[in-house]
Write a protein that binds this ligand. Structure first.
Ligand code: 5GP
Length: 126
């Protein structure tokens, strides 16, 4: 179920538990600002999630409240993971689902990093 994007941060969400080490993840990168791990239900050959260390519900919340260091650290981490995975050539896709229309299900900001194959059209029109 998509989340309500206006809700306060829920410390019990699954990615908060991963950040606290309460449930395992297949970690691919971690620094002061971000954690990256493989998606449990990959939608492409490579499907990695990158999340900020701070408690932010969504891209909207993060872009409004995070400080410049957090934003820079997170954006650099996303780029680093893509480079480490050798995705710059031939390319990759980033996605941050936000709110109901975006279909966001986990209420901790995450950027999906897709690659390893041609990714097709950006949006499937119904
Ligand atoms: P959203 O729809 O919120 O943008 O994406 C949530 C993503 O989190 C989905 O791709 C889903 O497969 C992934 N996911 C949900 N629970 C877990 C989990 O416990 N571990 C990992 N690694 N990924 C998860």
């Amino acid at each position: 179920m998509p989340i309500d994007p206006t809700q306060p941060y829920d410390n019990a969400n699954i990615f908060a538990k991963i950040l606290r080490g309460e449930i395992p993840c297949n970690r691919v990168y971690e620094d002061e600002w971000a954690l990256a791990f493989e998606d449990i239900n990959p939608q492409a050959e490579i499907h990695t999630l990158v999340i900020p260390k701070g408690a932010y519900v969504s891209w909207d919340d993060f872009s409004a409240r995070a400080n410049a260091e957090e934003i820079a650290g997170f954006v650099r981490a996303v780029g680093m993971v893509a480079r480490d995975k050798g995705l710059v050539e031939p390319g990759y896709r980033l996605l941050a689902n936000t709110g109901v229309h975006g279909g966001q299900e986990v209420p901790h900001l995450h950027v999906h990093l897709f690659g390893g194959q041609p990714l097709g059209p950006m949006i499937l029109r119904r």
